[in-house]
Ligand binder design. Structure first.
Ligand code: COS
Length: 386
């Protein structure tokens, strides 16, 4: 799945212009009001951003992974909260249906996802199940042709905006094999949302608990129709999601380098521009070299991802995705730290974008699998190699 190169270049330049002309100028509003202006959400819908990865048979644009990472790089050049408006929709919220859903589920859900009418969100994490996702406790008890769901999901991105969740619950015994993925409409009786989480950064991104009390969900809403496959679906979805987080990390690093270079040209100390000092140049050079290494890694992994069928998992590709997420998100943390250092005291003041970016990048090393989880995936894969 991919769109032709000319159409893609046009899309990419439209996204670049949208970021530069509309999103970057709205960053202060986002910080102050903790919300994405509704007019920008409408503009995102009109541009087709809600349907970037949905195949055109279902009304979307149908980007390949190699194309998707390039779009996410561009979106990384502004506050990540803007992408979060549609990011779960085209990513972890709907990919499970695309990869493993039945033809009926795809036909019912995906066109509404692509148009932006239906916002999907991904509900895996729980109060007692974070990194150890296979230990999740939310129960789904069979009751005729329905399941009754009880439990709490935590830190669910986009939950307040969601029309439906891809939600993992336990239909069987302990461990990964007992987990099923459900499509759960957000307006079912028994679903309530917790109060909005107050986060360190990424203001404008909405996260909260999703509480399920005796929620009746049709058995037909199990993704793929077969119980016990939900953990694998979640892991496959996260493989693609993690590569895209790595791409966002590279975009954020690009922005920090650009902001820091501009500042180093303008700011004068000891009678000359900061950028004339080699110690400042060294920090910029380290950041540039690390960014180029990370981006080259992503491009290579994305091409491998595109060479396999979307619904098939390849442990070698998963291992490479985890390398990319680990390296790029840690890299973005170092680059943001150097960006603040180059700005000196000004970098600690929220008049400058690097102050916000320093807080915003911190989450990249935590969500969709911490750096330590990526290390475990890579380490295990190496140990299991023939
Ligand atoms: N694609 C497809 N299947 C996968 C997979 C992948 N990438 N990774 C694992 N699986 C399968 C395994 O093959 C195994 O199936 P079998 O029992 O049939 O062999 C099953 O899933 C269980 O895998 P495993 O034994 O590796 O599970 P663990 O409990 O050891 O957990 C980790 C593995 C730690 C990698 C997983 O729990 C994880 O990614 N945790 C982080 C969760 C996360 O990212 N949370 C963020 C929430 S979203 S913001």
């Amino acid at each position: 799945m991919a769109i032709d190169p000319e159409s893609f270049e046009l899309l990419l330049s439209t996204v670049q212009r949208f970021v530069r002309e509309q999103l970057v100028p709205a960053e202060n509003h986002l910080e102050e009001h903790d919300e994405v202006p509704p007019a920008l959400v409408e503009a995102m819908k009109a541009m087709g951003l809600f349907g970037l990865t949905v195949p055109d048979d279902y009304g979307g644009i149908g980007l390949s992974v190699s194309q998707e990472v390039q779009v996410n790089f561009e979106l990384g050049r502004t506050a990540p909260a803007f992408r979060s408006v549609f990011g779960t929709n085209i990513g972890i919220g709907s990919q499970g249906i695309l990869m493993d859903g039945t033809p009926e589920q795809k036909a019912e859900i995906l066109p509404r996802v692509a148009s932006g009418e239906l916002v999907m969100s991904f509900a895996l994490t729980e109060p007692d199940a974070g990194s150890d996702a296979a230990s999740l406790k939310t129960r789904a008890e069979a009751d005729g042709d329905h399941y009754i769901l009880n439990g709490t999901k935590r830190y669910i991105t986009n939950a307040p905006r969601a029309g439906a969740f891809t939600l993992m619950a336990r239909t069987g015994g302990p461990g990964a094999a007992g987990v099923s993925a459900f499509i759960v409409p957000a307006d079912l009786p028994g679903i309530t949302l917790g109060k909005p989480d107050r986060k360190m950064g990424q203001r404008g991104t909405k996260t909260c608990d999703v509480i399920l009390e005796n929620v009746r969900v049709p058995a037909a809403n199990i993704i793929g129709g077969v119980p016990g496959q939900g953990f694998k679906t979640a892991m496959k979805v996260l493989d693609r999601g993690r590569l895209n987080i790595a791409a966002v990390a590279c975009g954020m690093a690009r922005r920090v380098i650009d902001e820091s270079t501009r500042y180093a040209r303008e700011r004068r100390q000891f009678g000359k521009a900061l950028g004339e000092f080699q110690l400042i140049q060294a920090m910029l050079a380290d950041s540039q070299a690390e960014l180029m290494a990370g981006w080259a890694l992503i491009r290579e992994v994305a091409e491998r991802f595109d060479r396999k069928p979307a619904h098939v998992s390849d442990p070698d590709v998963s291992m490479r995705v985890s390398c990319a997420k680990l390296f790029c998100t840690e890299m973005a943390g170092r680059v943001a730290d150097r960006g603040v250092q180059i700005h000196g005291g000004a970098g600690y003041i929220n008049d400058y974008p690097v102050e916000r970016i320093y807080r915003d990048v911190r989450l990249l090393r935590l969500y969709e699998g911490t750096s330590q989880i990526q290390q475990i995936i890579v380490g295990r894969a190496l140990m299991n190699r023939d």
